[in-house]
Design a protein around this ligand. Structure first.
Ligand SMILES: Cc1ncc(COP(=O)(O)O)c(C=O)c1O
Length: 385
């Protein structure tokens, strides 16, 4: 048997969920309240999204049957791309099968070997891998030290530089300083690429994401990546930008060209999710109400948790084994959270990642709060005082 290179604290078992109705999930015949999914608005089970998916299968079959360069691109993809461009104020949109592939593709298409890439230390693994693949020189910066970043950018001799950031950091829910970063960008010399996987659908007045939330114009970024596996409740991703940037991506992103296109039914379902985000603002309002509810009740209970402006809550534990034990104890109370640990976060920065959904009711949130209160480890408590 091949040896795993992970210690037991790092090993991730892969559990099979049996049929589940959000916000519940069933594993090994036990039912839990799901506080680990990215289905922030509950759209994966929304009747309009599901109906559009069924219709998409009736119209186009199950698979896309080819790459976008061949015959995989359908009217369902086209309608989705058009609707996204209009909604977000970009000229053009390219579709990908996942956010991971979009992130690989954006740099494959835009970055050249002698460019220099500046990227946030906490960026998602897909962006880290994308930078590695370019073989460009690169610098990982700390967003709390933007003066240092400015000096480094000015000192850099490369004629083209790239600034790359998650808009919402997936482990903590913290929001990137997009206004300040956009001031460092200069369209010809320093391009700004943002990954809004966790902001789209849930931030901004109409759910248009972190650019809208931070009042950053879409034209301030060279490429704006959004993903559909989170608030949209489907799967896949899009890169949005100017006509010429998206044309370049369509021609040079290998992760778009040399793979089967996303299933048309998923494109149709994603368009239905977009219409839900636009037409059912109460979903987002409920999600934000839930965040406020947790924020209000966590302090009197003495919980050491960090409630962000996004659906992601971080409960720091430091040690990986504490996070694992805490998640296990919560399961005994019927609550499923995710213990995050290296390599998802640096050593000694483990914790629980707890995510909220519009489908959680106050009763569910009370169950979470009570369970956290009953199980919070001594070491975490000591840390909070
Ligand atoms: C910030 C960020 N970017 C990209 C991805 C990858 O998206 P996908 O799951 O669609 O591959 C994720 C999530 O997994 C993410 O959190």
């Amino acid at each position: 048997m091949p040896q795993s290179k992970f210690t037991s604290d790092q090993y991730r078992p892969i559990h099979a969920r049996t049929a589940s109705t959000a916000p519940w999930m069933t594993v090994d015949d036990q039912t839990y309240l799901n506080f680990c999914s990215n289905d922030y608005l509950g759209l994966s089970q929304h009747p309009e999204t599901q109906a559009a998916c069924h219709q998409g299968i009736d119209d186009f079959g199950v698979g896309a049957t080819g790459s976008q360069w061949v015959c995989g691109y359908t009217e369902a993809h086209h309608d989705l791309a058009q609707a996204l461009a209009t909604w977000l104020g970009h000229e053009k949109v390219a579709l990908f099968s996942s956010g991971y592939m979009a992130n690989l593709g954006v740099l494959q298409a835009l970055a050249h070997r002698h460019d220099w890439i500046f990227h946030d230390r906490e960026n998602h693994a897909s962006l880290i891998d994308a930078v590695r693949l370019t073989q460009c020189q690169h610098t990982r910066y700390q967003r709390t030290k933007l003066d240092q970043l400015k000096t480094q950018l000015q000192a850099c001799q490369a004629s083209k530089r790239w600034l790359i950031t998650d808009t919402v950091f997936s482990m903590s829910g913290a929001i990137a300083p997009l206004q300040a970063l956009s001031e460092l960008a200069q369209p010809d010399a320093v391009g700004l690429i943002v990954d809004d996987a966790h902001g789209i659908g849930v931030l901004g007045p109409q759910g248009q994401g972190t650019l809208a939330h931070t009042q950053c114009s879409p034209s301030a970024v060279t490429a704006h990546i959004i993903t559909f596996g989170k608030a949209f409740g489907t799967s896949g991703a899009a890169i949005c930008g100017s006509q010429s940037i998206i044309d370049t991506i369509e021609q040079h992103a290998r992760s778009l060209a040399f793979t089967t296109a996303p299933p048309p039914a998923i494109a149709a379902a994603t368009l239905a999710s977009l219409r839900c985000i636009q037409n059912h603002p109460e979903l987002n309002a409920t999600l934000h109400h839930n965040l406020q509810y947790i924020r209000r009740h966590a302090v009197p209970l003495g919980l050491n948790i960090k409630v962000s402006e996004t659906p992601i809550i971080h409960a720091p534990t430091g040690a990986s084994h504490t996070a694992l034990q805490w998640a296990k104890d919560l399961k005994e109370h019927g609550i499923w959270t995710h213990p995050v640990r290296t390599p998802s976060v640096p050593q000694h920065q483990a914790g629980l990642r707890i995510t909220l959904s519009a489908l959680h009711t106050e009763t569910h949130l009370d169950q979470l709060l009570e369970a956290l209160h009953a199980t919070q480890p001594e070491t975490v408590l000591a840390h909070s005082h």
